[in-house]
Structure formats: structure tokens, C-alpha cells
Design a protein around this ligand. Structure first.
Ligand code: FAD
Length: 413
């Protein structure tokens, strides 16, 4: 059996980015789906372009931004300054909630402000819930951060490790609050982003154009991994490798290779409803809205306000426990009712829709899970097995992280 120098499991953005960095070398990508792209795929209906919920390109590194812009040369790009809102107690206010508490009714504003002033810092927080309460105070936590994130993660935040959201949780200081209060601006990781008008898949297509199609096996599912003997088995055969790059969810990798305890890797799943309507959106500015209340969804985004199109095109995200049964018709019905109640729709009629279930979606980082992730990744490295991407490293990260992790690894091995 011929040994493949770089065997890559999964052809989402992480797998493609790694292959791209070794495009002149000996690599093979194995992908179970019939299309490459993973969560960065796009879907098309007459008048509508949808992703797996909106997948926008935001960056913390100029070099990565320039690289992506170069990859997307020739695509029509939208440069967007974020406009995000929160629907709280029947009214819309600016997001992030914690920076804009002055927009609350006076009593609630004072409550949040006082609680923030007396917040203890985050000295001894064990769980994410404790961390949030210590850092932001009870008011901001109980009104928004805890209910919103419990809808998103679909679990009690006490089950999550304190730094579960890392850089994705907007930080808050009194100075920042005062800047917002006086009409100034603060900064969050995605204040500006770029988005191809024809969907996030444009980047996937750009990678594919520069890779050898014979080295991408679509519709081939990995079923077993033998890390001692450097072998991977799929439903089509067995491959020997020198280096293995896994972008598969760590839970699946651990289950297939027997290298750890897969039960420590818990997550939620989400139902995404991409919805196309016959009329324009009512609010033509907003990019997405957070819903901490009783609505079925935790977030609704407007593709057509980001990449301008005449008719309203939404992604609706609904968090579910991993063991929860997803009844799409009834969840769609409730979604349409709730959209009307929160004034996103009026006389709008649904023209087309596309449901997608993502699992895992948000990984539940627990203390034991984090320790097991670190142990498995370190042990695998000595077997020439490397993990790239959000699910392979069982973390909360984004597309730019995948691109950077892939580049760093390609330079290392
Ligand atoms: C709701 C949501 C919204 C998001 N929005 C953004 C955003 O706006 N901006 C941003 O930067 N990031 C966003 N992200 C994060 C982003 O989706 C991920 O960081 C990124 O897509 C991860 O890419 P990946 O290649 O590592 O994983 P994946 O896209 O999951 O790719 C893994 C691939 O492995 C394949 N695979 C799995 N098992 C097997 C098997 N047994 N055999 C063969 N192949 C297999 C899968 O089919 C898949 O193609 C969002 C994530 C979610 C859930």
C-alpha cells in the first residue's frame, strides 16, 4: 500500500486550507459529503443565497484578511460595518447588550450599573455562569448574558468551563460603558466583516480551483483510525499515511481511534431555518438580532441586508439539546409566529425555505473535556496526528482561526 504524505480527514475550510498549503506536495482529502465546504457551504433558491446560517469573514489578523481578499478576487464582495440588535422586553436596542444598558428603562439601567460597579471581578469563578456573574454583575447577566447563552448552548451555563467563549464574549469596563453612554463606539471581534454576495462558498470554490480534484475524494466516510500503524479505513478502502490531519469532530476522532474518552466531549445541535420571503425586510439596516426571551430562536440574521437583494432572506438559529427530537414543520410554524410577534414580518409570505441541522454546533467545554482535549492532542502529535479547526480542537473558533491553524501546521510539518 502506497503511503500518503499528508492524509486530510474532512474537506471543510480547515481541510481545504491545509491542502492548499501543501498543494504542490503529496496530499489526499477524504470527505463524507458529496460536496466540499463543510459548514462553509452555500445553498441557492430563486432570488435567495443561503449559508449554514450567515458565515461572514471577520479577522483578527491583517495578513489573513489580505489572503482571503486575494482568494476572493473576482467575487463581488460586500464590506459591512456591523449593525446588530437585541430584542429585550418587547423593544429593540443596540447590541452588545452589556455596552448599551443606558438604552434600558431607567430602573433596569441603574440596576445593571450598580451590579456592575459592585461586581467581584472573576477571581474564583469555576463555571461560565459564575464567571459571567462575577465579571458583569447580576443585572447584565440575568437579563441577557445567561438567558441568551443558555438558549444558544442549550444547557445550564454551570456545566461550562469559565472561559468557554474566550475572545467571542465582548469584554466590559466602566470606561467602555461611559464611551457608549456618550454616543461613542467600542470594539468587538466582528465590528467589520466581508461577505461574498454569492455566499460564503465562494472561498471554498476558490480553494477548489487551486487544488487537484483527483486528490479530493467526495462521498467517502472515514470509519476507523489506527494511529499506531498509521492507517485510516473508509467505506471505500484503507490508506496508509505519514502525517494525518484531522478536521473531524474530536468526539468522532476519539471514538474511531479509541485514543480517549469520547463521552467527555459534549455539545448541542442547532436547527437553522433559511427563509425566503416575497417582500423586502422592514428594518433595512440590521444584520442580525439576539433574542434572550421566550422566542423559539436565539438569533435571526438578514442575508439581504448584508448582501443587498430585493426580498427578505433570513437565517433563523434554534438551539437544541443533543438528545432532543427536531420536528422541523412544527418548529417552522412557531418560528413564523414568533417572527410576526417581534415585527420582523408583517404581510410577508414565505416563498422558499431550507432547513439544516448542525451537530455538533456549539461545543460544551467542561473542565474535564478541556483536559481530555489537551491530553489527546498532545498524545496524537507524537503519532504524527494533528487537529485543525473548531470541531477537531473542540473549541469556539471561526474561519480565520482555521486558516491560520492550517498555515501554522503546514509550516511545522
Ligand atoms: C451557526 C454557526 C455560525 C457560524 N458563523 C460563522 C461566521 O459568521 N464566521 C466565521 O468565521 N465562523 C463562523 N462559524 C464557525 C465556522 O463554521 C467554523 O469555524 C468552520 O466552518 C470550521 O470548519 P472545519 O473545516 O474545521 O469544520 P467543518 O466545516 O465541520 O468540516 C469538517 C468536514 O469533515 C467532514 N467529515 C465529518 N466526519 C467525517 C467522516 N467520518 N469521514 C469523512 N468526512 C467527515 C464533514 O462532512 C465536513 O465537511 C459558525 C459556526 C456555526 C455553527
Amino acid at each position: 500500500m502506497e503511503k500518503i504524505k499528508y492524509l486530510i480527514l474532512g474537506a471543510g475550510i480547515s481541510g481545504l486550507a491545509f491542502a492548499y498549503n501543501k498543494r504542490d506536495d503529496d496530499y489526499l482529502l477524504l470527505e463524507k459529503d458529496s460536496r466540499a465546504g463543510g459548514l462553509c457551504q452555500s445553498f441557492f433558491a430563486p432570488g435567495f443565497v443561503w449559508d449554514v446560517a450567515g458565515h461572514f469573514y471577520h479577522f483578527h489578523n491583517e495578513k489573513t484578511k489580505e489572503f482571503v481578499k486575494e482568494m476572493l478576487k473576482g467575487s463581488e464582495l460586500c464590506d459591512v460595518t456591523k449593525c446588530a440588535k437585541v430584542f429585550y422586553k418587547g423593544k429593540y436596542m443596540d447590541a452588545p447588550f452589556q455596552y448599551n444598558i443606558h438604552q434600558l428603562e431607567h430602573g433596569e439601567f441603574m440596576e445593571c450599573l450598580t451590579d456592575l460597579y459592585y461586581a467581584e471581578g472573576d477571581n474564583n469563578a469555576q463555571s461560565f455562569k459564575e464567571f459571567v456573574r462575577q465579571k458583569f454583575g447580576k443585572g447584565i447577566s440575568d437579563k441577557f448574558l445567561i438567558p441568551y447563552n443558555e438558549k444558544l448552548y442549550s444547557c445550564d451555563l454551570d456545566e461550562l468551563e469559565r472561559d468557554s467563549m474566550g475572545k467571542f464574549l465582548p469584554k466590559l469596563t466602566f470606561d467602555m460603558l461611559m464611551t457608549f453612554y456618550r454616543g461613542g463606539k467600542g470594539s468587538t471581534y466582528n465590528d467589520y466583516f466581508i461577505y461574498p454576495k454569492n455566499g460564503t462558498m465562494e472561498l471554498v470554490n476558490s480553494y477548489l480551483k487551486q487544488l487537484d480534484s483527483d486528490r479530493l475524494h467526495l462521498g467517502e466516510t472515514v470509519s476507523a483510525i489506527d494511529v499506531e500503524n498509521h492507517r485510516v479505513t473508509t467505506d471505500c478502502g484503507t490508506y496508509e499515511y505519514e502525517n494525518l490531519i484531522s478536521t473531524l469532530p474530536l468526539r468522532d476522532f476519539v471514538r474511531m481511534s479509541g485514543c480517549g474518552d469520547s463521552t467527555l466531549f459534549r455539545s448541542n445541535k442547532i436547527l437553522i431555518l433559511n427563509l425566503g420571503f416575497d417582500l423586502p425586510s422592514i428594518d433595512k439596516e440590521v444584520n442580525w438580532i439576539y433574542f434572550p426571551g421566550e422566542e423559539i430562536f436565539y438569533r435571526v440574521g438578514f442575508y439581504n441586508n448584508i448582501a443587498p437583494r430585493p426580498k427578505m432572506s433570513l437565517y433563523v438559529e434554534i438551539g437544541c439539546r443533543s438528545d432532543e427530537k427536531i420536528d422541523i414543520p412544527s418548529m417552522l410554524e412557531r418560528t413564523l409566529d414568533d417572527l410576526k410577534r417581534v415585527h420582523i414580518t408583517d404581510d410577508h409570505k414565505l416563498e422558499d425555505y431550507h432547513p439544516i441541522v448542525v451537530e455538533p454546533a456549539y461545543v460544551h467545554i467542561s473542565k474535564e473535556g478541556k483536559e481530555e482535549t489537551e491530553r489527546v492532542m498532545a498524545a496524537m502529535k507524537s503519532h504524527k496526528v494533528h487537529m485543525v479547526g473548531r470541531y477537531a480542537r473542540w473549541e469556539y473558533s471561526a474561519i480565520d482561526d482555521s486558516i491560520e491553524q492550517a498555515l501554522a501546521l503546514a509550516e511545522e510539518i
